[in-house]
Design a protein around this ligand. Structure first.
Ligand SMILES: Cc1cc2nc3c(=O)[nH]c(=O)nc-3n(C[C@H](O)[C@H](O)[C@H](O)COP(=O)(O)OP(=O)(O)OC[C@H]3O[C@@H](n4cnc5c(N)ncnc54)[C@H](O)[C@@H]3O)c2cc1C
Length: 415
């Protein structure tokens, strides 16, 4: 056994292997939305992901329910790239299959659909993660984004309150990507953490692993998870809680989640003694809901329900309840000490009262579009400084691209 607790790594020069207006770290739904939004706004963009596919939890975690982009009272509150991404998720679906968890966009939400039916039926989709992963890659590349798979962001280089380079590791070794702005879409606020932003971590994640199985040749989806909702909100867990920002903790969550999957398969084998049962496509990302997040100059809170903000960058409904609409401001999406850092997805600045809402796929996508557009406009207009970005120009650009950024939508709708 060695007794020393640290070793000194020799200092070395890193090759700069690329230079972009914007580097997006993380290719989940939020990162993909951010990268495409920034590219469409004219920026040169590189998106990196440590995995070898896009979609993050939505595809590699089998989290295949695109939760609603409406308010549950018949009004659509999220549009733009998020709606594009929702529709893309079921683009190739020919027929619903409830057992396999597949469902196209409800007909009332198609053009010319019955508005009255929209009050009862929410604007959601249930997709095939394999089809989505393939479609996302094609869609991202068509927007002209440079993609680097199998590339983990592992540090930042900073100068004068800016991130000048993202340090990455991949098959080519360790190198630096030069950037004028960064979008942290890692889900775990990795970039914010390394860049010295204030962050907060929840340790209330449970073992979870949505997985597929084949029973007599038919595909089924099992939404296996320890109970979490009440635990997350009340701070009381019925199982061990995980943080997701530590290697042993992440591994332990994966191992316990796979034990849960095995237990589920044993239960299914008892229920179907004569059936042929096969596990199929277990998740390959740790299914952690809320890990580390940015603590920005402002954080979204439950108390912000139905309150319009003049610095709003996007809106979100609430998948858990009908009615609530929230305005998410630019301050909730940008670094405090790093002027060229934007944040998107489940690691934006939102407190515990509302984190369970903002971590859902629609909110991740809409914050991705807002963060990517903000970063691109900041590069174009103010040398990447998101604190100098004029909010009116961001709002105009987002509205032009189909985002539903209207004060009237934040007000409570009639029940
Ligand atoms: C069990 C479970 C069930 C859920 N159910 C639903 C549901 O039914 N509907 C719904 O809408 N939402 C659901 N959610 C939430 C939702 O799936 C996620 O919060 C959302 O998909 C997160 O998107 P994201 O892009 O912010 O982050 P992620 O999907 O976590 O993507 C982050 C990406 O960044 C990459 N990455 C991370 N660190 C690095 C790094 N250092 N360098 C490079 N790449 C990195 C990862 O590989 C990943 O691809 C569920 C979540 C869980 C865990």
């Amino acid at each position: 056994m060695h007794s020393i607790s640290t070793i000194r790594e020799p200092s070395r020069s890193l090759p700069v292997t690329g230079a972009y207006d914007i580097v997006v770290a993380g290719g989940g739904v939020a990162g993909v939305a951010a990268a495409v939004a920034a590219a469409r706004a004219g920026a040169t963009v590189c998106l990196i992901d440590k995995m070898c596919a896009l979609g993050g939890l939505a595809t590699l975690g089998n989290v295949t329910v695109w939760l609603p982009i409406c308010d549950g009272r018949g009004r659509q509150v999220i549009g733009g790239i998020a709606e594009e991404l929702l529709r893309l998720s079921v683009r190739d679906l020919k027929q619903d299959d409830r057992a396999a968890g597949l469902m196209g966009v409800p007909s009332c939400w198609e053009a010319g659909g019955d508005p009255a039916a929209r009050v009862a039926t929410r604007f959601i989709a249930r997709f095939n993660p394999g089809a989505y992963l393939l479609a996302l890659e094609e869609w991202l590349l068509a927007a002209g984004v440079k993609l680097l798979y199998d590339t983990r962001a592992c540090g930042v280089h900073r100068a004068r309150h800016r991130i000048t380079h993202l340090i990455v590791e991949n098959k080519s070794g360790r190198s630096a990507l030069a950037c004028r702005a960064v979008v942290d879409a890692t889900g775990d606020a990795d970039i914010c953490h390394w860049a010295g932003e204030a962050t907060e971590t929840l340790d209330s994640n449970v073992a979870s692993g949505w997985f597929y199985y084949l029973l007599d040749g038919a595909l089924h989806l099992s939404q296996t998870s320890h109970p979490y909702s009440a635990a997350l909100l009340a701070g009381e867990l019925t199982s061990r809680g995980y943080r997701g920002d530590d290697a042993d903790d992440v591994t332990a969550q994966l191992i316990e989640s796979r034990a849960l999957i095995r237990r589920d398969l044993s239960r299914l084998a008892i229920l179907h003694p004569a059936g042929t049962l096969q596990p199929f496509a277990p998740p390959t990302l740790p299914c952690l809901r809320a890990t580390r997040r940015l603590v920005g100059a402002a954080s979204l809170r439950e108390a912000d329900m139905h309150v319009w903000r003049d610095d709003a960058a996007c809106l979100t409904g609430d998948w858990r309840r009908r009615g609530p609409v929230f305005a998410i401001t630019l301050d909730m999406l940008r670094g405090v000490t790093n002027r060229n850092l934007a944040c998107a997805g489940r690691c934006i600045s939102a407190d515990c009262s509302i984190w369970d809402c903002t971590r859902a796929i629609p909110t991740c996508a809409v914050t991705g579009e807002a963060a990517g557009t903000a970063a691109a406009l900041a590069v174009r207009d103010c040398d990447g400084d998101l604190h100098k970005l004029e909010i009116g120009s961001l709002q105009t650009a987002l509205r032009t691209r189909g985002n539903l950024l209207a004060p009237g939508l934040v007000a409570a709708a009639q029940a």
